[in-house]
Design a protein around this ligand. Structure first.
Ligand code: GDP
Length: 317
């Protein structure tokens, strides 16, 4: 019998991008997974979260639900991003405590790190400076979950962990123009330009920022492993530890998609943080795991998936 056999788990956001991949792994390993849907449980309300956990009686709650997106959505919906994530995080953790959930797994973000540090971001640097202004409304709210787990641990003996994800990409991401992160945005632009024989694709910023890209199925594997075996209240980074410039990413997407036209760099669009790469030494040691999918392989799979599911992918906000 494996760790997950017969275990009851709630995955908030389990029908979303990352959450749906987590659910697939848990189910394949024999867990009984419950995914709360918005129409039945509004997780911004404490009583709805509590009702959900009292009904489903989970041993473990993986909180993957979030209102988030790429650099543009933080400019369009900064208030909504702040309020929804802060209130949902606080209430889901409080509901876990009240319902006697044995372990809470918080899905955090690399946007929580200081925005102007040099070098890779190790867990002990989480509080070493101000967040980047383009993501502070999102990053700060996610970081509060770690503080809440720490405070609840001290006062109530609550067990909660905080996983800090780098930029994700892959099947079932948001390909919506306003919401998408850079990989999904580029995949859509290059595939559409190829299909429509467009002469040009517009890309944003200067191409100089460096990001780290983790394939979503790899990230889901890491979450499942950490839920099994990582029990420290101090955060754990989940990433590849490898930096890729936006220009390199654009070139790779261009090549794999088979686009034949020109690129236009729109420098009126923001670059955001210049470098964002997680230090993953602790992840490798604690989980005994490294992400199996390299960027070329993941991007090829993602472009293939997007071509096959274009209508459904474009319809998702
Ligand atoms: P961030 O990682 O939070 O800054 O968010 P994004 O993934 O949205 O953006 C990462 C970088 O990719 C930024 O420097 C963007 O300017 C750049 N970028 C280049 N082209 C695009 C595009 O078409 N869409 C988005 N979202 N970003 C782009």
């Amino acid at each position: 019998m494996g760790f997950w056999t017969g275990k009851s788990v709630v995955v908030t956001g389990g029908s979303g991008f990352l959450g749906s991949h987590v659910v697939e792994i848990l189910e394949s390993e024999g867990a009984r997974v419950f995914v709360p849907h918005k129409r039945d449980f509004n997780l911004m309300k404490l009583e709805d979260g509590l009702k959900c956990f009292l009904e489903a009686q989970p041993e473990i709650v993986i909180h993957g639900a979030a209102f988030y997106g790429g650099i543009w959505i933080n400019q369009v919906y900064p208030g909504r991003i702040f309020y929804e994530n802060l209130v949902m995080g606080a209430n889901v953790i409080e509901a876990c405590r009240l319902a006697g959930v044995k372990k809470f797994v918080g899905v955090g973000t690399a946007c929580s790190y200081p925005g102007y540090l040099e070098g890779t971001l190790s867990e002990d640097r989480l509080w070493d400076g101000p967040l980047h202004e383009t993501v502070r409304n999102y990053g700060l709210t996610k970081k509060m979950m770690q503080v809440q787990c720490w405070a609840y641990g001290r006062q109530y003996g609550f067990k909660g962990i905080h996983l800090i994800m780098t930029n994700l990409y892959g099947p079932r991401d948001s390909y919506n123009e306003q919401r998408s992160h850079v990989v999904a945005a580029l995949v859509r632009k290059f595939v559409e330009a190829t299909l429509d024989n467009k002469p040009e694709v517009e890309v944003w910023g200067t191409g100089k920022p460096i990001r780290e890209f983790l394939y979503v199925e790899d990230c889901a594997q890491a979450i499942v492993r950490a839920a099994e075996s990582y029990d420290d209240v101090e955060p754990l980074n989940i990433g590849t530890g490898l930096g890729t410039s936006i220009r390199e990413l654009v070139d790779l997407t261009n090549e794999i998609s088979g686009f034949k036209g020109n690129l236009r760099w729109n420098s009126d669009k923001p670059d955001g943080q210049m470098v964002k790469i997680l230090d993953v030494a602790k992840m490798k040691k604690s989980l005994g795991w490294t992400p199996p999918t390299d960027l070329r392989t993941g991007l090829t799979k993602t472009i293939g998936w997007y071509r096959e599911h274009k209508l459904e992918a474009d319809a998702r906000f």
